[in-house]
Design a protein around this ligand. Structure first.
Ligand SMILES: NC(=O)c1ccc[n+]([C@@H]2O[C@H](COP(=O)([O-])OP(=O)(O)OC[C@H]3O[C@@H](n4cnc5c(N)ncnc54)[C@H](OP(=O)(O)O)[C@@H]3O)[C@@H](O)[C@H]2O)c1
Length: 339
């Protein structure tokens, strides 16, 4: 058993912790929280050992009726691997602590590539990250693009990619973020996503542009992919359909928006209505002249949670082959291969 501690129990940390609990080769040592809010209550409710960042916080948590198991340092001692799911930028500071305790750690997409040895997406570069001490699971947008593009590369060499990312404004529980009535363009070309994809896929001619829209459900990606040779729609469908963690969504069933896709997750009774898979709209795969267009939806809260299981196993080389780890995680969590 690999003993895992999750430092930070918010949108991502919660999902990582609950996924770890379901793996028979991983043991959850506990999670850390800063505030005694409903997420701390959830940890107590589901019997997840809860740690605070320092001694001073214990009384505050207990005054809120939250049971605390100890302070961060004690938990770090007992773990083999830390999954850092603290807010953007905090992970870089926490790295000092992991070095001090002599631990391996996995960081999330809000951290910079510079603080790790490898930036990671399980189906794209599992082997490259094998055994490395510090690895970063890239952001939700980057993970989705790395999954789709690493599969498309199997058909033919990609000459160039141009991507428009329509990003959600906030996660559903975040009441202080916006916009609530505006579409906010970003004037930076490329947006930070294109260089981030290259940290996983290496050399690739990719440029991305990003806008933020007032929704909390999902991101939408519009990718224009040009191959070296002519590639038909069926080849694109075949390769994406046989790939793990990518689903082709039948738009003919009315699944033609992020709203209906989330409604489907509810109807299927998926945990937290989560989509771990990248959802490619069937009618969004098109050929126009020599260009291939792909439109997909990405559930920002959920898509990277499972990547962390592979990142954990890869650190201690439980599996040399990423495919076996992906299969194990996906079986335990009910990830779909086809709708
Ligand atoms: N949300 C997304 O859509 C998304 C998608 C992909 C990747 N990411 C990345 O994942 C990381 C985490 O994001 P998130 O959205 O999960 O953030 P979040 O919901 O704000 O959760 C952050 C968690 O870290 C805790 N925390 C705060 N300060 C800490 C510290 N000094 N040490 C340890 N933990 C601390 C917070 O505690 P309290 O709750 O007590 O404040 C909270 O539980 C970021 O790098 C982000 O860029 C986010």
């Amino acid at each position: 058993m690999i003993r895992v501690f999750v430092n930070g129990f918010g949108t991502i940390g919660k999902r990582v912790a609950f996924a770890v609990k379901k793996q028979d080769d991983l043991e959850l040592v506990g999670v850390a929280k800063k505030k005694p809010d409903f997420k701390a209550y959830i940890a107590n409710k589901f019997g997840i050992p809860l740690y605070v960042l320092n001694e001073d916080q214990i009384e505050e948590f207990e005054n809120h009726g939250i049971k605390v198991n100890g302070v961060l340092g004690e938990a770090l001692e007992n773990a083999d691997i830390i999954v850092d799911a603290a807010p953007k930028g905090v992970g870089a500071k926490n790295k000092e602590l992991y070095l001090k305790f002599g631990k391996r750690a996995i960081f999330q997409g809000g951290e910079s590539h510079d603080i790790v040895e490898v930036s990671f997406t399980a189906q794209a570069n599992y082997r490259q990250a094998l055994g490395k001490r510090f690895v970063r699971v890239v952001s939700c947008n980057t993970t989705a693009m790395a999954r789709v593009l690493s599969e498309l590369r199997k058909i033919a060499n990609i000459r160039r990619v141009r991507g428009i990312l329509v990003r959600r404004a906030a996660d559903p529980w975040e009441t202080k973020k916006g916009p609530i009535d505006a579409i906010v363009p970003s004037f930076k070309i490329p947006s930070h996503h294109a260089p981030d994809v290259k940290t996983v896929l290496g050399d690739l001619n990719i440029i991305t542009l990003a806008v933020v829209v007032p929704t909390t459900r999902m991101h939408l990606h519009i990718l224009n992919v040009e191959f070296d040779t002519r590639v038909d729609v069926d080849s694109v469908i075949d390769v994406l359909e046989s790939a793990p963690r990518i689903l082709i969504v039948p738009t003919r069933l009315g699944l033609d928006s992020t709203a209906t896709i989330i409604e489907l997750a509810r109807d299927l009774g998926r945990e937290r209505n989560d989509w771990y898979e990248v959802l490619v709209f069937s009618d969004g795969i098109r050929v126009h002249d020599n260009e291939r267009w792909i439109e997909d939806a990405v559930h920002q809260e959920a898509v990277v949670g499972r990547e962390n299981s592979e990142a954990i196993r890869g650190r201690v080389k439980i599996y040399e082959d990423g495919g076996r780890s992906i299969e194990k995680t996906d079986r335990s969590l009910g990830i779909l291969r086809r709708l």
